[in-house]
Design a protein around this ligand. Structure first.
Ligand SMILES: [Zn+2]
Length: 136
């Protein structure tokens, strides 16, 4: 993969001599930067998925502190996971909603009978299957 650029640099005389250690360090830094960039991308995506309010902040932290930033984020993100979960499940406590829930529960628990012919209705049925009377 790097054969061609290396060959070009060798021919140009860049690769040899006093430049060599600097090139090695530069290549190393570029590799570390690419690695951090991938980690930051993962953190950013994960934070958005969890509705984390500071996704960009943690992406930048990971970009600069690499695995250390990722670890700190991984430890702290749990709390935000719970917060996101709480905000998603808002319970409707209005009397109408409670009554509706109660109806559903009793309907599921007890068998319903047709008020017209007395036949036991099938669970979830809106009409009596025998005489056709509306059950709800
Ligand atoms: Zn009936």
């Amino acid at each position: 993969m790097f054969d061609l650029p290396m060959a070009i640099m060798q021919r140009m005389g860049i690769f040899g001599g006093f430049m060599r250690p600097f090139l090695m360090i530069g290549a190393g830094l570029i590799l570390i930067f690419i690695f951090n960039l991938l980690l930051a991308k993962y953190v950013h995506r994960d934070a958005i998925r969890r509705h984390h309010p500071h996704a960009e902040f943690w992406a930048i932290v990971t970009l600069f502190f690499s695995v250390l930033g990722l670890l700190v984020y991984a430890v702290l993100r749990g709390d935000y996971d719970l917060l996101a979960e709480k905000s998603r499940t808002t319970i409707d406590r209005s009397p109408a909603a409670i009554e509706k829930a109660r109806e559903l529960v009793t309907f599921r628990k007890e068998p319903q009978f047709c008020p017209s012919c007395g036949e036991q209705a099938k669970p979830g049925a809106n009409f009596c299957f025998k005489c056709g009377t509306a059950l709800r």
